[in-house]
Design a binder for this molecule. Structure first.
Ligand SMILES: C[S@@+](CC[C@H](N)C(=O)[O-])C[C@H]1O[C@@H](n2cnc3c(N)ncnc32)[C@H](O)[C@@H]1O
Length: 234
């Protein structure tokens, strides 16, 4: 994501928070690209990804992880220069509470950074990834996990402004890393198998149709990581 990396390379952040960090994948980008940071804390509602995360950043004592609800953290007001959320808006039911909390714990002149795969604007090989993700939403929901459909670019912006935040920069960015694209290709193959366990689902036919659409999109365009919609807000 060249545009995002370029912007991060100009950000001098003291304290950074990555909300819903899972295994710290986004912290990998922040730690490489930020001009400077004193500490980066990754929080998540579960520690399921923390072992992997801690291994990844074992050499950097400035990076640590804590189990915490992003909607109700125990950080004081104005604690962070930069508060990030990557690909998680659609995993959290209480978006207004989440954004209110992110706003509370950022410094007055601090930044909020949201990077999210939007539902619209995806084309060609990127649409293959977005469709795979749509199927994941249906399968996860059938299995009882909260996984909302992805939001449109307009919906994402509206959430941010409704939280009383001012959007200072908004842009789209894509990644073209062969290993990541290969991982998406593997998920095309897995998509058909994934729905086999969902034959009792009321929307099984919709899942089947979507699996067919994924294969067709892949046959025509291949697969690569989906476009991200990125917002910096104050
Ligand atoms: C798609 S994953 C995160 C991906 C990660 N940020 C990245 O960019 O690779 C979504 C994460 O949201 C976390 N999550 C869901 N609700 C949360 C909450 N209320 N507070 C913090 N994390 C939450 C889940 O546990 C999960 O790890």
């Amino acid at each position: 994501m060249a545009k995002l990396n370029e912007k991060l390379s100009k950000v001098e952040a003291g304290s950074v928070l990555d909300v819903a960090t899972r295994d710290g994948a986004f912290i990998g980008r922040l730690s490489k690209q930020l001009l400077r940071y004193d500490e980066i804390i990754g929080i998540d509602i579960t520690d399921a990804g923390f072992e992997k995360a801690q291994k990844k950043f074992a050499d950097d004592p400035r990076i640590r992880f804590q189990v915490m609800d992003g909607c109700a953290t125990n950080f004081p007001d104005g604690a962070f220069d930069l508060v990030c959320l990557s690909n998680s808006l659609h995993h959290i039911p209480e978006i207004p509470s989440l954004l209110k909390e992110m706003k509370r714990i950022k410094k007055e002149d601090g930044l909020i950074l949201i990077s999210e795969m939007p539902a619209d604007g995806q084309e060609g090989a990127s649409l293959t990834h977005a469709l795979i993700h749509q199927l994941d939403c249906l399968v996860d929901t059938y299995k009882g996990a909260y996984h909302h459909r992805t939001y449109s670019r307009r919906e994402i912006s509206d959430f941010v402004t409704a939280a009383g935040l001012d959007i200072v920069d908004v842009f789209e960015d894509t990644e073209d890393i062969p290993s990541k694209n290969a991982a998406i290709e593997e998920r095309v193959e897995k998509a058909r198998h994934k729905i086999e366990a969902c034959q009792e689902a009321v929307d099984y036919e919709a899942m089947k149709a979507l699996a067919g659409k994924i294969q067709e999109q892949f046959n025509h365009h291949g697969a690569r990581t989906a476009m991200q919609y990125i917002i910096f807000a104050k």
